[in-house]
Design a protein around this ligand. Structure first.
Ligand code: T4K
Length: 389
């Protein structure tokens, strides 16, 4: 890792440049321009063009699935997956996630979201899932929170035993492997986000992955329900990715491995720093088992509320004072949102409530240097009145 500092980013509407929670992984512009020129000359811009097809083939390989369908964004990916797997009923979903995870099932009256709690690491608790299963359950939705794989063995056993669908919101899990293989083949379907803040990006974009047999309906729903013979097979809309973004994706894919290595170096620096500092009331996430290849998508820390330390807000203020912009992923959980009152029992979701109040995600991205990571550690430590050893 370099001793110089990486670039700071100007956030729209803010005159200051910040060390941000993430930064987009972009291909070299000069290398991209000839590809764009060929695209312009060819005039074929969308509707399953050659670049989208090539990207899908590469994605299936990288994500460890039989097939992949590129779509507009990660939220549309979830909507397509849910609608393709089950037509309604109770869907069990962790209450601690980004609103996109449960948006459709909370909004469409054919579905009933059954919010369950997570483990202290933010991943869905299979015991809570087991307790929530009823005769009306049609699906279980897991999330690989912060790129840490959900407990697939336990969730799959439950889904099989009860004959319900299993899907994963893998928005955080691009490049994550278990035993050397991507997790995109887990469950019936998995969904990815290629947003600019993600480990792999097409600026906006996403994918649905899984077995080819499962992807047929998704492909129909992505394309107005049309089957290619001019017959509409399902009622639906449009989730297609275009050639421009596929072009960016194809040029970005070769960079992902290096970007993950750079992210992991930042995570290792934080781990070391926090282990040395031992800040009272600050908790980091435990190391993952050796068979997991983590993508270091996020670096969450938990700062106890009403505990020994200064609390989350004081840490945020200390970071901001140094030009560092962390994020509260996830505060917009069902626990905090008035629109979900009455749709869950807060006392049944203790870790959702707690993590929502206490988690802060620190900057972690491929352009960060050791000096950047130390700036973050120094700013966090200052909230405890401490300096870096
Ligand atoms: N499921 C899960 C579990 C998710 O976390 C998400 C999205 C989804 C599903 C849905 O996937 P998509 O439909 O989005 O594909 C961000 C993202 O907008 C969102 O994609 C993401 N999760 C969520 C966790 O975070 P914000 O509002 O925090 O992003 P924003 O605009 O504040 O960006 C954070 C930082 O990233 C900025 O301070 C600077 C940097 N940045 C951001 C953008 C947009 C850049 O450097 N360049 C950029 O263009 O929501």
């Amino acid at each position: 890792m370099s001793t110089s500092r990486g670039p700071r980013i100007r956030v729209p509407g803010d005159s200051r440049a910040w060390l941000t929670v993430s930064a987009p992984l972009l291909p070299d512009l000069d290398a991209l321009v000839p590809e764009l020129r060929t695209l312009w000359e060819g005039r074929w811009m969308t509707n399953q063009g050659p670049r989208v097809r090539a990207l899908e083939e590469r994605l299936a390989h990288v994500l460890g699935a039989e097939g992949a369908l590129a779509v507009t964004n990660g939220t549309v990916a979830i909507e397509l997956a849910v609608r393709s797997l089950v037509e309604g009923g109770e869907v069990i979903v962790p209450a601690y996630s980004f609103p996109a995870t449960w948006g459709l099932i909370a909004d469409d009256p054919r579905y009933t979201p059954v919010f369950v709690d997570v483990r202290p690491d933010g991943n869905v608790d299979p015991e809570a899932v087991a307790a929530a299963i009823t005769r009306k359950t049609t699906a279980i939705a897991g999330v690989h929170a912060y790129g840490r794989p959900a407990d697939h063995a336990a969730l799959e056993a439950l889904a099989r035993a009860h004959g319900v669908a299993l899907m994963y919101d893998a928005a955080h899990a691009f490049g994550v492997t278990v035993e050397g293989r991507g997790v995109g083949g887990w469950g019936d379907l998995s969904t990815y986000s290629f947003h600019a803040t993600k480990v792999f990006s097409t600026l906006e974009g996403g994918a649905v992955t899984g077995a080819r047999a499962r992807l047929g309906k998704v492909a129909l729903r992505r394309n107005f329900g049309l089957d290619g013979q001019g017959v509409q097979r399902v009622v639906s809309g449009n989730g297609k990715m275009d050639e421009l973004r596929a072009c960016i994706g194809l040029a970005t894919l070769p960079l992902v491995e290096g970007a993950i290595a750079a992210r992991r170096a930042v995570a290792a620096r934080y781990d070391e720093g926090f282990a040395a500092l031992q800040l009272a009331g600050l908790h980091t996430w435990a190391a993952l088992p050796a068979n997991v290849g983590w993508n270091a998508a996020y670096y969450p820390v938990r700062i106890e509320h009403g505990g020994e330390g200064p609390g989350r807000e004081a840490v945020e203020n200390a970071l901001r004072a140094e030009g560092i912009l962390p994020r509260r992923y996830f505060t917009d959980t069902v626990g905090d949102s008035p629109i979900y009152r009455g749709r869950y029992r807060p006392e049944a979701l203790p870790w959702t409530q707690r993590l929502g109040r206490e988690v802060l995600c620190l900057p972690i991205h491929h352009e960060m240097t050791a000096a950047d990571a130390d700036d973050v550690l120094r700013a966090v430590a200052s909230a405890w009145g401490r300096t870096l050893p």
